[in-house]
Design a protein around this ligand. Structure first.
Ligand code: SF4
Ligand code: SF4
Length: 103
């Protein structure tokens, strides 16, 4: 299951995207996040609860600003580079005249 945390507004789109099929719950990204935005949450898949990483609910509406210091456009943020399974990525697309959403 792919979960998008974030939003699109007048200045563009920003999402942290987590693939729960790839996430093994290792917590590397949680330890490396400089803003402490991440936590383990339990999601229900195939009749089982699976612990996977998630954005803390209180940060879902402002992660664009909190994640800015990690320079997510480069896709080299601490959460991304610390993940052994490529389960997490960022989508950062400022609005411009040729803007195309391509999650
Ligand atoms: S981009 Fe930076 S601040 Fe945002 S979740 Fe990843 S490590 Fe944390
Ligand atoms: S580093 Fe990757 S595999 Fe580990 S908890 Fe974070 S998203 Fe999941």
């Amino acid at each position: 299951m792919i979960t998008y945390y974030g939003y699109t507004d007048g200045s563009g789109a920003f999402y942290v995207v987590i693939n729960s099929d790839k996430c093994n719950g290792c917590r590397n990204c949680i330890k490396q996040c400089p803003k402490n935005l991440l936590q383990i949450a339990s999601i229900f898949i195939d009749l089982d609860d699976k612990p996977v990483v998630a954005i803390k609910p209180e940060h879902c509406n402002n992660i664009k600003y909190l994640c800015a210091q990690c320079n997510p456009k480069q896709n080299q943020t601490p959460c991304i580079t610390s993940c052994p399974t490529k389960a997490i990525k960022c989508i950062s697309e400022p609005t411009n005249k040729n803007n195309h959403n391509n999650p």
